[in-house]
Write a protein that binds this ligand. Structure first.
Ligand SMILES: Cc1cc2nc3c(=O)[nH]c(=O)nc-3n(C[C@H](O)[C@H](O)[C@H](O)COP(=O)(O)OP(=O)(O)OC[C@H]3O[C@@H](n4cnc5c(N)ncnc54)[C@H](O)[C@@H]3O)c2cc1C
Length: 417
């Protein structure tokens, strides 16, 4: 069975790996000319995603590339005293098994695990999809038209496949009240596996450095009661909005605002959640951020993308390639995880960007408490949380056997378990 995947970041290569393992023939088309290796940000892999990484035989490489952020210093606007947060303990309260890694490193590891057995087409994008009873005719912006049995969009929050099949993004995107920006900057503070955060009412700026990158990243989050009037390609206006949101902020913020004019990598977007009742139609489905992003940087969406891709491939195998049955089963299996991730993201966005002095104070108390309480105590407190802090660790993974009817060419990836 020939399956086209759009997007070669996280969900795409993980899906390709498992489809191949189950006996399908995936092809991945990626719009970027090569794998992205500049800019990027740190992402989180929690227990279920780590279990999948292990099953893919790439655990050692992922561990070797983890950022190692152990320490966070929290400064507060208008408050003298800083709070030192033990990030290891904080993450341990959230998950027993966690790795933070730069997204580009993770993407490269997943790509390497599949590149010998999966066809990758870089520098192209799907232009049109026409489905009939037996397959999907696909045209590309550059390459020749081809026919596939199934098409899967793993092309992120602003998915091209979703737009082509389901229509404009605004129908599904829900703004959750905040904006996010990330820039690459020289590591002039010499931060090594250390993050420094300035929290204020309605805004948060942070700088982190890791031994896995030569430079550093500055991250900005700010609240906005409504969506701002800015086009996603209007970088000059985005920088202006960022400057307005951080006007008057102290610490390193004036220097960071100056870096805005020099940065080689600038990311700016509203934090939106995708809310689709169903993310499959006919022979097309979506996976990862394309189908169910709970919001970047706040909902553990990388783990959700890894799990989602694994489950989709597994359900296709379990259904012997019957896509209608598999897509339905996949959506059913993921529904609860997706719903709870949205709640998690909403709470995280509110906590990370305090709305009042009291919430800023409470954020510092949580950081302090987690850092001094014994690990078992903070984990027990997290378990009691009504907001599902240990969401990821509560997800159970199925083992999926290879699909006998899907196999047209025997193909098992070398190196897998
Ligand atoms: C600034 C920022 C900070 C984040 N922080 C965190 C964090 O702390 N923790 C966490 O877990 N997650 C975080 N995330 C989210 C995380 O990056 C995503 O959840 C994860 O990368 C999802 O993977 P994906 O493969 O579904 O989509 P993406 O990583 O978005 O990949 C989509 C891929 O599709 C490609 N593509 C796009 N359009 C086309 C097209 N037309 N044709 C072909 N290919 C196309 C893109 O080039 C890209 O390679 C953050 C995201 C951002 C933006």
């Amino acid at each position: 069975m020939e399956i086209l995947i759009s997007g070669a970041s996280i969900a795409g290569p993980v899906l390709a790996y498992w489809l191949k393992r189950h006996g399908f023939r995936p092809t991945v088309v990626e719009r970027a000319p090569t794998l992205r290796k500049t800019g990027g940000h740190a992402v989180d892999l929690f227990r279920p995603a780590m279990d999948i990484v292990e099953r893919m035989g790439v655990l050692a490489r992922v561990e070797a590339k983890k950022t190692g952020t152990e320490r966070m210093t929290l400064l507060r606007e208008g408050v003298q005293r800083q709070v030192d947060v033990d990030v290891g303990r904080l993450m341990h309260a959230v998950s027993d098994r966690h790795v933070e890694i730069m997204r580009d490193d993770l993407s490269e590891i997943f790509h390497d695990a599949t590149r010998d057995d999966v066809e990758y087409v870089f520098g192209d994008s799907i232009a049109s999809l026409a489905e009939d009873e037996a397959g999907v005719d696909v045209t590309f912006e550059r390459g020749a038209p081809r026919r596939f049995d199934l098409v899967i969009g793993a092309d992120g929050l602003h998915s091209n496949v979703r737009r082509l099949v389901f229509g404009e993004e605004r129908q599904f995107a829900r703004f959750i009240g905040a904006y996010l920006a990330v820039i690459s900057i020289p590591n002039y503070l010499q931060l090594h596996d250390h993050a420094v955060v300035l929290g204020g009412v309605g805004r948060m700026a942070a700088i982190y450095g890791s031994h896995t990158i030569d430079d550093a990243r500055a991250v900005f989050l700010f609240r906005s009661p409504r969506e701002l009037d800015v086009h996603h390609r209007d970088v000059a206006r985005q920088k202006q909005l960022l400057r307005e949101a951080f006007a008057g902020a102290g610490w390193e913020v004036p220097r960071l605002m100056a870096e805005l004019d020099r940065t080689p990598a600038f990311y700016f977007d509203s934090i939106t959640q995708l809310r689709m009742d169903s993310w499959s139609r006919g022979r097309v489905t979506l996976t990862g951020d394309a189908g169910y992003s709970p919001g970047p940087a706040v909902g553990g969406s990388t783990s959700l993308a890894v799990v989602g891709a694994y489950v989709l491939a597994g359900e296709l195998a379990a259904a012997g390639g019957d896509h209608a049955r598999a897509f339905q089963a996949c959506e059913r299996k993921l529904a609860d995880y997706v719903r709870r991730s949205r709640v998690f993201a909403l709470n995280a966005a509110r906590r990370l960007v305090p709305g009042s002095q009291f919430e800023l104070w409470a954020l510092a108390q949580i950081g302090r408490l987690v850092s001094v309480a014994p690990r078992g105590v903070s984990r027990a407190l997290a378990k009691l949380s009504s907001h599902g802090v240990r969401l990821h660790d509560s997800i159970a993974l199925n083992e999926y056997a290879r699909a006998p009817t899907a196999v047209r060419q025997p193909a098992v990836l070398a190196g897998g378990p």
